[in-house]
Design a protein around this ligand. Sequence first.
Ligand code: 5SP
Ligand code: FE2
Length: 222
Amino acid sequence: MSTLAIHPSILSCDFARLAEELDRIRTAEAAHVDVMDNHFVPNLTLGLPVVEAIRAVSPVPLDLHLMIEEVDRWGPRYAEIGAQSVTFHVEASRDPRTLCRDIRSAGASPAMALKPGTPFADHADLLSEVDMVLVMTVEPGFGGQAFMADQLEKVREVRRAVGAAGLELAIQVDGGVSAETIASCAEAGADVFVAGSAVYGTQDPAAAVQELRALAEEARRG
Ligand SMILES: O=C(CO)[C@@H](O)[C@H](O)COP(=O)(O)O
Ligand SMILES: [Fe+2]
C-alpha cells in the first residue's frame, strides 16, 4: 500500500516571505504550487521564473498544479526546472497523451487533474500515462473554499479503476482538505492530500502537517 503524503499549498502562505514559508513545511512530503493564468481560472498567481526561484530554495520537492490554458506548451517547461510532479487539467490540454510523455521525458511525473464537473470516465484512457490523478474538491481558482463532499464518489471511482487496471497510481485531493475532512478523503482512497489554509492558517504549519498525516493514517487503518 502507498505511503500517505501531505502537500501544503503555498497559495495560503505569505508570498513576501516565500523562503521562510517553505521552511515552515519541512515536515511535508512536497510543496504544492498553484500556477494560475487568469484564463483557465479567474485568478493569477505566479509563473515559471518564480517557480524556478522557489525550487532553488525549497527544502521539499515541488508538486506543481497548473491551472493554465496553454498547458501543452508550458507543461514541459515546468518539468524541466526540476519539479517532482507536473499536474495539468484535462479540460485544458488538447493533446494530453503527448503532454504526459513530454513531461516525463523532461524529468517529472505527469499527473491529470479533474474539475468537480468533469467526469473521470471521459478521461480514464489516460490512466496508463500518469503517475497521479488529482480529484479537485473545490472549483479551482482560490484557497479557503468549502470542501465538496460529493467529489468523494469520484475518488472511489478512480481508486476502483486504478485497482482494476493493476496500476500503482497516487490519488490526490485538493481543496478544503482539513482536520475535519481528511479522514473521509483517505477512506475514499486518496493518498496525497493538499492543504492550504489548514496548514498555513495555523501557528505551527510543520505540526499541522504531522497532525493531518496522523488523521489520514488513522482513517486508512479503519
Ligand atoms: O488549487 C487550489 C485552488 O484552486 C488549491 O491548491 C488551494 O490552494 C487549496 O487551498 P485550501 O482549500 O486547502 O485552503
Ligand atoms: Fe492546487
